[in-house]
Design a protein around this ligand. Structure first.
Ligand SMILES: Cc1cc2nc3c(=O)[nH]c(=O)nc-3n(C[C@H](O)[C@H](O)[C@H](O)COP(=O)(O)OP(=O)(O)OC[C@H]3O[C@@H](n4cnc5c(N)ncnc54)[C@H](O)[C@@H]3O)c2cc1C
Length: 408
């Protein structure tokens, strides 16, 4: 537990620094794990351009990765200090300077399992937003049953030759590196012949093809590997021991998803204002207002229940994080948060579309405002929340077996 006086001094320092360094143009901008905000990388585009300034200033301070050790480009902050920093950024309406699977998934995994060379090579580039990462786990015949994956890596001297196809690779077309699960021993039991490999997307033989989602966007891709040569030095942990690394990374992924849909980040964003929450404002806009209270009692109840659930969830995640010891790594309990967060997010979008009535079912055309079309598309996109990062059914199986100890 950090000294409260020290934390207050840090709060003052962080507040002053943010006031002096967060450009006004970036204040109040949205960010989300569905692509909004700055994700960095070689192909990064900064909109507005001041976002680049914000990223560079934060990276210089180590605050894009506040709890990572300073030698890898992090801020070296304790969990408590990082929490204060998060509160001060929210207070100043300063969006994250950098988001992405580098910071949230492969970074923590390399800190846990990487060699010194791998940490030195990759972590500072992630923290500075120079390299964007994507995840190569799922294959056409390996999703929930991930250990059935078939992408092959065959040893050739100091390299592997990799062949196969990954699918649903989020942002594969915008990423520079991919962390992959590959089969290195086809004879071993399925979990035992898997290796965790880092691959440069610019390597000859890597190709990506975007896949369109029901929302009309193409946030993910089919990624093919044809005779791609990858140095053995890019193996994380041991050859054939990738399953342990893969599961650890999934814990980080589930925490990221839970945070994004109500855990820590958006929990602070969804605070009510003088005019009421976004849901209440939407209800008034679509004719449910009645001066003070909303006129429809059923709708009032539904909004209140959803917002209480979101608030309670946010506090539960916070309590769990606060109670976790320093160096905490997510365990099977991250499945609980993942299920609940994604089901809540789906409920929220469902309710928003119902409030908008027929105006919430627009796809395109002059009869709909841009926000209404965005609402419909966001609702359709939210259907995937309980699939990505492992489906709700799979999370419930994990909770049953590994949290509750129920038999198979
Ligand atoms: C928006 C989005 C982004 C994604 N991004 C990535 C990414 O970046 N990288 C990546 O590698 N993958 C990604 N995925 C893939 C995702 O991890 C898989 O879709 C997911 O693991 C499910 O696999 P599947 O689609 O093959 O479905 P299947 O495994 O075929 O499942 C079909 C249905 O059967 C159910 N089911 C399967 N097995 C069981 C069981 N044992 N018990 C009960 N029910 C079961 C499932 O819950 C599901 O309802 C993404 C998916 C989405 C939707």
């Amino acid at each position: 537990m950090s000294d409260p006086t020290d934390l207050e001094a840090f709060r003052r320092e962080a507040r002053q620094w943010i006031e002096a360094n967060a450009p006004p143009e970036i204040r109040g901008l949205e960010s989300s794990i569905e692509g909004a905000g700055n994700w960095g990388g070689r192909r990064a585009t900064f909109d507005p351009p001041e976002m680049k300034v914000w990223m560079e200033r934060m990276a210089e301070r180590g605050w894009t990765a506040p709890t990572w050790p300073t030698e890898y480009g992090g801020g070296g902050l304790s969990k408590d200090h990082a929490k204060v920093l998060g509160q001060e950024l929210a207070r100043a309406k300063a969006p994250p300077a950098l988001m992405g699977f580098g910071l949230e998934m492969i970074g923590p995994t390399l800190l846990q399992f990487g060699t010194e060379e791998q940490k030195d090579l990759h972590l500072p580039k992630i923290a500075r937003g120079e390299i964007r990462w994507c995840q190569g786990y799922s294959e056409p015949d390996a999703g929930s049953d991930l250990a059935s994956l078939q992408m092959k890596a065959v040893r050739d001297g100091d390299d592997f030759i990799v062949n196969g196809t990954k699918v649903w690779t989020s942002y594969g077309d915008l990423s520079d590196w991919i962390f992959c699960l590959v089969r290195t021993d086809p004879e071993a039991k399925k979990q035992e012949g898997i290796t965790f490999l880092l691959i440069d997307m610019d390597a000859p033989g890597v190709s990506v093809k975007p896949i369109q989602l029901i929302s009309g966007k193409s946030p993910f891709c089919e990624t093919r590997f044809d005779d791609v040569r990858v140095p053995v030095a890019n193996v994380v942990s041991e050859i054939d021991a990738g399953w342990t690394v893969a599961k650890a990374l999934l814990g980080y992924e589930r925490e990221m998803i839970a945070d994004a849909f109500g855990g820590s980040r958006s929990g602070s964003k969804k605070k009510t204002t003088g005019q009421g929450s976004r849901l209440v404002q939407l209800a008034r806009h679509y004719g449910f207002g009645n001066g003070g209270a909303l006129s429809d009692g059923v709708l009032r109840d539904e909004i209140a229940r959803l917002e209480m659930d979101e608030r309670a969830f946010h506090l539960t995640v916070q309590r769990s994080r606060d109670a976790a010891k320093a160096g905490h790594r997510p365990g099977p309990e991250s499945s609980l948060f993942k299920v609940y967060a994604t089901e809540l997010n789906k409920d929220r979008h469902e309710l928003m579309v119902r409030i908008a009535g027929a105006q919430g079912l627009g796809w395109e055309g002059p009869g709909y405002e841009d926000e209404e079309i965005a609402l419909t598309r966001a609702w359709l996109r939210s259907r995937g929340n309980s699939i990505e990062g492992g489906t709700s059914e799979i999370q419930l199986n994990i909770i049953a077996k590994r949290v509750l100890g129920l038999p198979d």
